[in-house]
Structures are given as structure tokens and as C-alpha cells.
Design a binder for this molecule. Structure first.
Ligand code: CU
Ligand code: ZN
Length: 187
């Protein structure tokens, strides 16, 4: 009896697998998940004439990276877009040198964790009454070190003047770039 039930169950599983593989291939890229570095730090300096600066530590965790740190000099209680941008170049006064959002899979801008979004898209930061935003975020689908297509080492972390609306293309209508930092591997 027990054996019969198991057999029936495995037949169902096999049938389900068969159905899946014969269906049209979903548009899910193979996302590399192996990071070779153990830690990176981005020291963010002000841009666009702001007073915003801070430091964020990035650590591989699960299928992505965990970010912790603090950004200060923001307007009190403000909400600010926060992204990884493609180029590790913060040299322009307005940080335009960092290029667009990091987008190795050629997707639309959006909200991380709900539908299409850039690999570099993250949730908005919120400053407290002192203008300090604590960073405690997780970003899926990116790696640190190793040179895979989704490796964020050597790219830039950017804070914007305005919140990300998670919808407008190509960058969420987030306004000026008020701080920029190179993601530098430290371990
Ligand atoms: Cu941005
Ligand atoms: Zn984006």
C-alpha cells in the first residue's frame, strides 16, 4: 500500500516536470550567485552641491548582498532613492559619470522583489529627524568579485535627492545624485 502511494506520487512529480519543460521557456536568465570577495565598502561623498555623505559595507549573503551603513547630511525625514549604478566613477560634480542604473540583464526599472527591475535597484532610504538614514538592505541577484555579469565590485552606490517612484523609466524619477561612492573590495 505504502509503495503504491509512493509510486503514484512520483508519477505525479514526473508528470509535473514534463509539463514544465515542454512549456515555453520563461524569460529568467541564469543569474550567477558566486561572489569571490568577502566584503566591500563604499564611502559616499557629496555630489550636486549637497551635504550628503556616508559609508556602506556590502557582504555576500544568500543569493545576493547585504548592505549596512549610515548616510548623513540628508534633509530631515526625507525619502531618497538608493541604487547601484553601472560605472565606478564619481568624478563628475553631479555624479553623472557613474552612468545609468546597473542593468546587466537588460530589464526595465522597477521595484526590487516585485516584478521587472534593474539589478541595481533597491528600496528608498528614509532619513530620521537628524537627517541620518540607516542602511540595512538586501539586494538579490548580484555578486561581489569574480567578474560575473552581475558583479557589483568597482561600480557606484548613489543616493538621490528624491524618492524612487519604482515605475518611471529609466530611473524612477529620483532627481539629482546627491552622494556617490565607489564599491571597493576590502576583503
Ligand atoms: Cu540612482
Ligand atoms: Zn533602476
Amino acid at each position: 500500500m505504502r509503495i503504491a502511494l509512493l509510486a503514484a506520487a512520483s508519477t505525479l512529480v514526473l508528470a509535473a516536470c514534463g509539463t514544465t519543460s515542454s512549456a515555453p521557456k520563461a524569460r529568467t536568465p541564469d543569474v550567477p550567485t558566486t561572489s569571490t570577495a568577502r566584503q566591500a565598502v563604499a564611502v559616499l561623498a557629496s555630489a550636486s552641491g549637497s551635504l550628503v555623505s556616508g559609508s556602506v559595507t556590502l557582504t555576500p549573503m544568500g543569493k545576493g548582498l547585504h548592505l549596512t551603513g549610515e548616510i548623513g547630511g540628508l534633509p530631515a525625514n526625507g525619502t531618497h532613492a538608493f541604487h547601484i549604478h553601472e560605472k565606478g566613477d564619481c568624478s563628475a560634480a553631479d555624479a553623472s559619470s557613474a552612468g545609468p542604473h546597473f542593468n546587466p540583464f537588460n530589464t526595465a526599472h522597477g521595484k526590487a522583489g516585485s516584478g521587472a527591475h534593474h539589478a541595481g535597484d533597491m528600496n528608498n532610504l528614509t532619513a530620521n529627524a537628524e537627517g541620518v538614514a540607516k542602511v540595512d538592505a538586501h539586494i538579490e541577484g548580484v555578486t561581489l568579485g569574480g567578474g560575473a555579469i552581475n558583479d557589483v565590485a568597482g561600480r557606484a552606490l548613489i543616493v538621490h535627492a528624491a524618492p524612487d517612484d519604482y515605475a518611471s523609466q529609466p530611473a524612477g524619477n529620483a532627481g539629482a545624485r546627491v552622494a556617490c561612492g565607489l564599491i571597493k573590495v576590502t576583503q
